[in-house]
Design a protein around this ligand. Structure first.
Ligand code: IPM
Ligand code: MG
Length: 364
């Protein structure tokens, strides 16, 4: 099979982690006799500097003409004061929209080897395996009106709109229920229905969609309570279904269960082209030092193989190789808890070696 991919390294540690992920992709493709075609394009702050836009037309066109997109990260403190439209994050949000990627899947898996890396107690996190299904194109991030009121050139008020219509809720709810069918059959729908109208509609629509999935157990949970339960008893969750902003916040929180935000991958689906990215940001403070953990991006490649190319064995090979590298005791700085650690590149190499069969645990 030909794997036609666009890589968008972005800012900060984005390029370093994407480099490792592409290396792994080439190795796994080679092993399974696939051809990889990768074009690299600009997004984020560096794209603003080079092309005057965080999402140049050429980037959108390249993404739309490939089968899947692998993204590193965008953002940096030097761009914080950029006006709307010229923020690195606008590039990412614009891309999600252009790809119609309304369904963001963020699996949170606790690797046994990393239990000690989690700030939570081992008996709380052990065996945790949940999936956050985050709505990605609605709510506060996209709904209008939004903006500032001004007086004499000074901002006097800022406003955003939280809005969801029935169709937006239905389509993401179906994604969550379908995912639960392949997992443990539980959906926790997160909202703030005790306060927000959007959430009251959300709850009503999710109830209705649930009727199509009689075998799935649905619970509704308020977002503040969910935030607490995630660190109290994360194993009670299977699929967490939630709107855009709640999902953004809860997924960072859930990341600590896994030991490091550097471990977590994501897939953004729904349109013609899948978008894959680690959930961490551009971490400008450690960029260029070989301290970044590439495993979240490498795990995103596994999701890409699974969802965009339906290559389950290949996806599994990557995941097993991540496991194996961790089982060998290899740690990047974020996972080392002050102990010895290897570089970003060395971790990428270790995963490649796992795929080609160096680690016995990877070939089991
Ligand atoms: C994420 C990030 C993005 C988001 C930012 C960079 C716009 O935090 O993917 O979780 O808020 O969606
Ligand atoms: Mg986030």
């Amino acid at each position: 099979m030909k794997l036609k991919i666009t890589a968008l390294p972005g800012d900060g540690i984005g390029p370093e982690v994407v480099r490792e992920a592409i290396k792994v992709l080439r190795v796994v493709a080679d092993k399974f006799n696939h051809e990889v075609e990768i074009g690299e394009h600009a997004i984020g702050g560096n794209a603003v500097e080079a092309f005057g836009s965080p999402l140049p037309e050429a980037t959108i066109a390249a993404c739309l003409s490939s089968k899947a997109v692998l993204l590193g990260a965008v953002g940096g403190p030097q761009y914080d004061k950029n006006p709307r439209g010229l923020k690195p994050e606008d590039g990412l949000l614009g891309l999600r929209k252009a790809l119609q990627a309304f369904a963001n899947l963020r699996p949170v898996i606790v690797y046994d080897e990393l239990i000690e890396a989690s700030p939570l107690k081992a008996d709380i996190v052990k065996g945790c395996d949940l999936l956050i299904v985050r709505e990605l194109l609605g709510g506060l991030y996209f709904a209008t009106p939004r903006g500032f009121d001004e007086e004499n050139g000074q901002w006097t008020r800022g406003f955003n709109t939280m809005s969801y219509d029935v169709a937006e809720i239905e389509r993401i709810a179906h994604v969550a229920f379908k995912a639960a069918e392949k997992r443990r059959g539980l959906v926790a729908s997160v909202d703030k229905a005790n306060v927000l109208e959007t959430s009251q509609l959300w709850r009503q629509v999710v109830e209705r969609v649930a009727k199509d999935y009689p075998h799935i157990k649905l619970e509704h949970i308020l977002v503040d309570n969910c935030a607490m339960q995630l660190v109290r008893e994360p194993r009670r969750f299977d699929v967490i279904l939630t709107e855009n902003m709640f999902g953004d916040i809860l997924s960072d929180e859930a990341a600590v269960i896994s030991g490091s935000i550097g471990m977590l991958a994501s897939a953004s689906l729904g349109g013609p082209v899948g978008l894959y990215e680690p959930i961490h940001g551009s971490a400008p403070d450690i960029a260029g030092q070989g301290k970044a953990n590439p495993l979240g991006t490498i795990a995103s490649v596994a999701l890409m193989l699974r969802y965009s190319f339906e290559l389950e064995a290949e996806a599994h090979a990557v995941e097993k190789a991540i496991d194996a590298a961790l089982a060998e005791g290899l740690r990047t700085a974020d996972l080392a808890a002050g102990g010895a650690y290897i570089s970003t590149t060395q971790m990428g190499d270790a995963v490649c070696e796992g795929i080609t069969g160096k680690w016995s645990t990877a070939t089991e």
